[in-house]
Design a protein around this ligand. Structure first.
Ligand SMILES: [Zn+2]
Length: 78
């Protein structure tokens, strides 16, 4: 099992993040453990960014989420 979600970097050691997949957290997968579409995961990460950076706009949050995801194994571009 991976230690961190390969899609968003969430720690899989915490039970509330664990879903049906061993590679991804429950927020990045559907009920069957399949990875959600990139745009959907991106929106989720943007919301998460906004919770600890209250000053940023939705547009900035989406941009930062995009940048963040490029470092994730599930979304890495080569
Ligand atoms: Zn995740």
């Amino acid at each position: 099992m991976s230690k961190f979600c390969e899609s968003c970097g969430a720690p899989l050691s915490s039970p509330e993040m664990q879903g049906p997949s061993s590679k991804y957290c429950k927020y990045c997968t559907d009920a069957a453990g399949k990875l959600k579409p990139r745009a959907e995961v991106q929106r989720g990460i943007a919301e998460w960014l906004k919770t600890w950076q209250p000053g940023i706009t939705q547009e900035q949050a989406i941009k930062r989420a995009d940048h963040y995801m490029k470092a994730m194994p599930a979304w890495a571009e080569d």
